[in-house]
Design a protein around this ligand. Structure first.
Ligand code: MLT
Length: 265
């Protein structure tokens, strides 16, 4: 549903449950009828104008636990896909080719994974990375160094400390005015030339144009991106034309299990 149809449906309902595609904006909530609750079958409530809903006495809820494992697994999947160039090698095979020299990979064991955001998903990713023999360095302003260490994560003293250490960098934070563009050209320049970045959180936390430029210039080595600043990502999204990227269309929570979990929650 869109536009007036969505507005009418919202007005007719006591409660709505939505995934991430519908945008519940202030104008849709101007005359909310009997609507009292909006539930997000997922983590992020960035698709809902929460202050506008609150003003109308409508509670906004999410289901924060249901898709944690699936999002973490997708992050690990992208990390492997990047490290061994699986999609590019697969494309060559399917086109009838056989090129072993082009696809020299990198091992994950012994590498450092930088995790920005040590919430539910960040910690699940960290746990899996440790199982792969990676060193995990994490940064989260809301988690104390002692707590991070308890979780087996070496605490970083801010981004300036974390960025130069990371062979892989993954972000697991919400998109807010403070986190938009958190990783831009300055931050990318502070990373190793061999570093690879992952974003399975929200589009725009890593600036897309800055990342595409950095990939083209060899400032960083690769990126796995599942989320985009505009979704569906338009044809001219700069990452579509960038080298060494693995892109998926917001599939982090798209597993049978995650969808069932958030539905039950
Ligand atoms: C979420 O916010 O839970 C995820 O991005 C998955 C989604 O809703 O599509």
């Amino acid at each position: 549903l869109k536009g007036d149809d969505l507005k009418a449906a919202l007005q007719a309902a006591d409660a709505v449950i939505c995934r991430s595609q519908p945008k519940i904006t202030a104008d849709l909530l101007e005359f909310p009828g009997k609507l009292r609750a909006i539930a997000r079958a997922g983590v992020g409530v960035d698709t809902i104008d929460v202050p506008a809903a609150t003003k109308k006495g409508i509670v906004v809820m999410n289901t924060p636990g249901g898709n944690t494992v699936s999002a973490a697994e997708h992050t690990i999947a992208l990390m492997f896909a990047l490290a061994r160039q699986v999609p590019a090698a697969d494309a060559v095979m399917k086109a009838g080719g056989w090129d072993r020299n082009k696809f020299l990979g990198t091992q994950l064991t012994g590498k450092t994974l930088g995790v920005i955001g040590l919430g539910r998903i960040g910690l699940e990713v960290a746990k899996r990375a440790k199982g792969l023999g990676m060193e995990v360095v994490g940064f989260d302003p809301f988690v104390t160094s002692a707590r991070a260490a308890e979780l087996g994560v070496t605490p970083a003293n801010g981004l300036a400390d974390l960025l130069p250490k990371a062979d892989f960098l993954t972000v697991h934070i919400p998109l807010t005015p403070e986190t938009k563009g958190l990783i831009g050209s300055k931050e990318l320049a502070a990373m190793k030339k061999t570093a690879r970045l992952l974003n399975v959180a929200r589009g725009g936390i890593i600036d897309e144009q800055a990342l595409a430029d950095a990939l083209k210039a060899g400032v960083v080595a690769g990126a796995g991106v599942d989320v985009f600043s505009t979704e569906p990502a338009p044809a001219d999204n700069p990452l579509r034309g960038a080298p060494n990227v693995v892109l998926t269309p917001h599939l982090g929570a798209s597993t049978v299990e995650a969808q069932e979990n958030v539905a039950v929650e």
